[in-house]
Ligand binder design. Structure first.
Ligand SMILES: *[C@@H]1O[C@H](CO)[C@@H](O)[C@H](O)[C@H]1NC(C)=O
Ligand SMILES: *[C@@H]1O[C@H](CO)[C@@H](O)[C@H](O)[C@H]1NC(C)=O
Ligand SMILES: *[C@@H]1O[C@H](CO)[C@@H](O)[C@H](O)[C@H]1NC(C)=O
Length: 484
C-alpha cells in the first residue's frame, strides 16, 4: 500500500511529509463473508450488541489472519476465478460497461535502506511462471504500437516491462498476467456472450484513460489486448489523467484536503498507540542498522509485501534477518487500521469529495448511453489503490477488501427489453456483485424483484444525495463550506 503513498504523492505532493502517514498505515477492508466482522456468538449476541453490556470484550478484536490477507492482496494467478459479471434476466440488453482497475503486481516503490533489493526479473518470459497463453503474442503486438494515439507524456512510456532487475514501481510479469486474465474474462462475458461491441468496433466506442505511470498504462494495454485481441493500434486513443483520483478539471476542493488531513491524524494516533508495532520497527531498524525513524519512513511493508508475493525470503544483514513475525505484526496493524477507518467516517467524507468528479463523469456517460448515444460503451480507467479505495468507500461498499493488485470495479448498464426506456445498473468488485451493498441501492433490494438497481438511484446519489452529509446540495458548496 505504498501505492497509497505513491498515488497520494501526486495529489498531495505540496504537503511534503504528510503523505507518509497515509503510506505507513494503509488500510484494509474486511469482507464479511470471509471474516465475520460481527459473528453471532453462541449466546445469540453479536459483539456489537454486547458492546453495551460488557464493553471490555470489544477490546479483543475478531480474528485477523495477516498471512491469508496478504495472499489475497498478492492475487497470484492460479485457478480460473468465478465471476458474477454479465448476469441478468434474458430480456435485458447490455448497453455499457465501465471498468476501473488497479494496476497489477509491481516492484516496490521504496527500498529498505541498507538491504539488498529483492531480485525480481521484470523481463517478460512466456516460459516462466506465472504465464498466460497469450503472453507471447502480447509482447509481439506491444512492439508494434507506434500508431496509437497517446496523450502527451504517455507516448514516451514503454508498452510492457523489460528490465532484468525490476525498476522501482515497475509492473512485473505477474502484473501483466493478472490483467491478461482480467481482459480475457471480460471478453468472454461482454464481447462473446453479450456482444457489447461489434467486431468492427471503432475508436469512438471506447474511452480509455490512465495515470502517467508505466504500470498503469501497461496494465491497461494488457487488459485491452485480451479483451480486443490483436486490436488495431490506430483505434486506440489513450488519455492521460494527471490526478490519481481522476478529478480532471474539478480538483480544487479545500474540504477534501481537510478530511484527508484529519484521517491522517487518526492513522498516526492509532499507530503510536500500537506498542507491538513500535517494537517491530525498533527491532527491524537494529537489524538493518539505521534509526527507527528512517526505517519507518522507508515504508517497509511495501517492500516486504513484494518479497512475500514473490516467495523470496525476507532480507538479512550481519545483525539478523527480517522475518515472518515482523511481517505479520505490520500487516495486522494495516488491517486494524482499515477497520478503524470504517468506523470513524473521516475517510468516508474524504472519499465522497474525492470521487465526485469521477462518478459524475461516469453517470453523465451512462445517461447519454441510456438516451441512445452509441459512444464510449466500453470504458477503462487504469488507476491505483488510492483511486479504487475511495470509490468503494463513497458508494458505501464497506464490506469490500482494500484493492488487491489488478483489482477491478465494474459498472454495467442494462436496458430492460420489455420497457426500453428503463435502465438498470449492476456494480461488481473483483467479480462479486456488490450492487446492493451500495448506500443508494440497499433498500431497493428489499422491494424489487429485479436483481438490479435503477439507473436513477445512482444518478440521484451522485448529482445530489452524496452532498447531504455536508449539509450541501452541490460539489462546489460541499468543497468550500467549513464544517461546523
Ligand atoms: C516458496 O519457496 C520455497 C523455498 O524457497 C519453496 O519450498 C516453496 O515451494 C515455494 N512456494 C511457492 C508457492 O512457490
Ligand atoms: C458534473 O456533470 C455536469 C454535467 O452534467 C457538469 O456540468 C458539472 O461541471 C460536473 N461537475 C463536476 C464537479 O465535475
Ligand atoms: C450539518 O448540520 C447538522 C445540524 O445543523 C450538524 O450537526 C452537522 O455537523 C452538519 N454537518 C456538517 C458536515 O457540517
Amino acid at each position: 500500500m505504498a501505492t497509497c503513498a505513491a498515488a497520494s504523492q501526486a495529489v498531495w505532493s505540496y504537503k511534503g511529509k504528510q503523505q507518509w502517514k497515509l503510506v505507513l498505515l494503509p488500510v484494509f477492508l474486511i469482507l464479511v463473508h470471509l471474516i465475520p466482522v460481527n459473528p453471532v456468538r453462541e449466546d445469540g449476541l453479536n459483539p456489537k450488541s454486547r458492546k453495551r453490556i460488557m464493553p471490555d470484550l470489544l477490546t479483543e478484536p475478531p480474528a485477523i489472519d495477516p498471512v491469508y490477507e496478504a495472499q489475497v492482496y498478492c492475487n497470484v494467478p492460479s485457478i480460473a476465478e468465478r465471476s458474477m459479471e454479465g448476469h441478468a434476466p434474458h430480456y435485458f440488453k447490455l448497453v455499457s460497461v465501465q471498468v476501473l482497475i488497479r494496476h497489477g503486481d509491481r516492484y516496490p516503490l521504496y527500498a529498505i535502506p541498507k538491504t539488498k533489493r529483492p531480485d525480481i526479473d521484470c523481463m517478460l518470459v512466456p516460459s516462466r511462471k506465472p504465464s498466460h497463453p497469450q503472453l507471447e503474442a502480447f509482447i509481439k503486438h506491444m512492439s508494434k504500437g507506434s500508431a496509437a494515439q497517446m496523450d502527451g507524456s504517455l507516448s514516451s512510456l514503454p508498452h510492457f516491462p523489460s528490465h532484468s532487475l525490476c525498476e522501482m514501481g515497475e509492473l512485473t510479469q505477474t502484473g501483466v498476467v493478472q490483467h491478461l486474465r482480467n481482459g480475457q474474462l471480460l471478453r468472454e462475458i461482454y464481447i462473446n456472450k453479450h456482444k457489447l461491441l461489434p467486431s468492427d468496433w471503432t475508436a469512438k466506442q471506447l474511452y480509455l484513460e490512465t495515470t502517467g505511470k508505466s504500470r498503469t498504462l501497461q496494465s491497461a494495454l494488457a487488459l485491452l489486448y485480451t479483451f480486443l485481441p490483436d486490436f488495431d493500434w490506430k483505434k486506440i486513443n489513450m488519455r492521460h489523467q494527471w490526478s490519481t483520483i481522476f478529478c480532471s478539471g474539478s480538483c480544487d476542493c479545500p474540504m477534501r484536503n481537510h478530511y484527508l488531513e484529519e484521517e491522517q491524524r487518526r492513522q498516526y494516533s492509532l499507530r503510536v498507540k500500537n506498542s507491538n508495532l513500535e517494537k517491530v520497527y525498533v527491532d527491524m531498524a537494529k537489524i538493518v542498522g539505521i534509526p527507527t525513524r528512517q526505517l519507518r519512513a522507508s515504508n517497509p511493508i511495501d517492500s516486504l509485501l513484494c518479497y512475500f508475493c514473490h516467495n523470496v525470503s525476507f532480507p538479512c544483514t550481519k545483525a539478523g534477518c527480517i522475518g515472518m513475525e515482523h511481517f505479520k505484526v505490520i500487516k495486522r496493524h494495516q488491517l486494524e487500521d482499515e477497520r478503524e477507518r470504517q468506523e470513524k467516517k473521516l475517510y468516508f467524507l474524504y472519499a465522497l469529495l474525492a470521487t465526485h468528479p469521477l462518478l459524475n463523469q461516469t453517470v453523465n456517460r451512462l445517461q447519454r448511453i441510456a438516451e441512445g448515444k452509441k459512444e464510449e460503451m466500453f470504458v477503462l480507467y487504469s488507476a491505483h489503490d488510492v483511486t479504487l479505495s475511495p470509490v468503494l468507500s463513497a458508494l458505501g461498499i464497506t464490506e469490500a477488501r482494500f484493492p488487491r493488485f489488478a483489482a477491478r470495479l465494474v459498472f454495467e448498464l442494462w436496458q430492460d427489453g420489455k420497457r426500453p426506456k428503463e435502465h438498470f445498473i449492476r456494480i461488481l468488485y473483483n467479480g462479486a456483485d456488490v450492487t446492493f451493498q451500495t448506500s443508494f441501492c440497499k433498500d431497493h433490494y428489499k422491494r424489487s424483484s429485479k436483481p438490479m438497481c435503477p439507473l436513477e438511484k445512482l444518478v440521484n446519489f451522485v448529482k445530489r444525495d452524496m452532498f447531504l452529509i455536508f449539509n450541501s446540495t452541490s460539489y462546489y458548496d460541499a468543497c468550500h463550506r467549513r464544517a461546523l
